[in-house]
Design a protein around this ligand. Structure first.
Ligand code: SF4
Length: 378
């Protein structure tokens, strides 16, 4: 009898041991999430641990805290930005991007200043008070052209914010756009690790240059957005931890996070996509790190899962960016495969969007949705 008891104990021991390990890891993750909420950051190795031991349970714990923070700072409002994809020409050749210079399969297009203004004309009555002009690095849009477009939007819609997302420029160009009335600038850093950066970009594109642009934008006074892909090729948990620490250092007003999704005409065509769960987890972490940041539930999230954007909001995101570009060019701005261009994505689907957001218990806010410093909490 005694022999039998011993063998039962021996048989159960590995299970009890791994169960105990799981419990210890869970408790450590919970403590780290509490620490993150209290202090706004973690040490690099703590971020690595948290990211490496992410489970459904730690995700739920994090997301509940992230939602509470979002509600505290934004009163249950979700902000709208109208995305206008002005050009799919680009002089750069980022390995992950479907509109990279080397992709000869792309049907290229550019919107004229009049067409861009027409997108704003369509968006304004629908409640859009921010227009995001996004495009590749396209020399057709000289500084003078950009300045004139910004000025014409601001003259016609003085109660609207203009966000630019047109890549790396000189300090002087950024300053001139700002003086013309541009309020915000989006420029994802993509990875804060130089080696990883060099594996995602060809020679000539450097992390140093990307960072110096971001600091220039901050210095000038823009509301600055940065961000990165989760699950990009060669990315490690250490890379992600460095991304989080860089964001803490830069303190951007906006943070765009999406899963990596491959494009079939790029060198990364066969690379697996990033996971939605990991992307949501990073959004939750960022919400606790920078409580008042404007964090979009990105199109890429909606592309890998039909519920992706709703789940992004439930993980701590508080911005949606419907597409105001003309219908005929939307499919041509394919940064990755299967990018959603559905009716819900279109401005005409704004009613559906409002309903979807309300079902989650939030409301769409019709105003510029500027960043508010912590000492002027809304
Ligand atoms: S990611 Fe941006 S800069 Fe890079 S190739 Fe694509 S559009 Fe150009």
């Amino acid at each position: 009898m005694r022999r039998r008891e011993n063998s039962v104990i021996l048989l159960c021991y590995p299970y009890a041991f791994s169960h105990k390990d799981f419990f210890m890891d869970y408790m450590k993750s919970i403590k780290l999430i509490d620490k993150l909420e209290a202090s706004g950051t973690l040490e690099k190795e703590e971020f690595v641990f948290l990211l490496s031991h992410h489970t459904r349970e730690t995700g739920e714990y994090l997301f509940e805290k992230a939602r509470n923070v979002t509600n505290r700072y934004f009163n249950g409002y979700i902000y709208l930005r109208g995305l206008i994809e002005i050009t799919n020409y680009c002089k750069n050749d980022c390995y992950y991007c479907g509109i990279r210079r080397s992709n000869r399969q792309v049907a290229r297009y550019r919107l004229s200043p009049e067409e861009i203004l027409a997108c704003c004309d369509m968006g304004y009555p629908l409640g859009f008070r921010t227009f995001v002009l996004q495009g590749g690095e396209d020399a057709y849009y000289s500084d003078e052209t950009v300045i004139s477009i910004v000025k014409s939007i601001k003259a016609k819609y003085p109660d609207c914010a203009v966000t630019l997302s047109i890549g790396e420029k000189s300090y002087e160009s950024y300053l001139n756009f700002f003086k013309a009335g541009a309020d915000r600038y989006l420029l994802r850093h993509e990875t804060a690790d130089s080696l990883h950066y060099s594996r995602l970009h060809p020679l000539g594109q450097t992390l140093e240059s990307r960072k110096s642009c971001l600091y220039a934008l901050k210095d000038i006074g823009y509301q600055v957005g940065t961000g990165f892909m989760v699950g990009s090729p060669f990315q490690t948990k250490e890379n992600l931890a460095e991304d989080l620490l860089f964001i803490k250092e830069l303190r951007p007003e906006m943070i765009g996070i999406g899963p990596f999704i491959s494009h079939h005409d790029t060198p990364f065509a066969d690379q697996p996509s990033g996971s939605m769960e990991s992307t949501l987890f990073v959004i939750g972490i960022l919400r606790l790190m920078i409580p008042n940041a404007l964090i979009p539930a990105t199109t890429a999230l909606g592309t890998i899962d039909p519920d992706g954007r709703a789940r992004g909001i439930l993980a701590g995101a508080n911005v949606v960016m419907p597409n105001l570009s003309p219908q005929e060019v939307r499919k041509k701005y394919a940064l990755y495969d299967n990018k959603i261009c559905t009716d819900e994505e279109a401005a005409e689907g704004i009613l559906q969007l409002r309903e979807g957001v309300e079902k989650l218990g939030y409301k769409i806010k019709t105003d510029r949705g500027d960043f508010n410093p912590l000492n002027s909490k809304m």
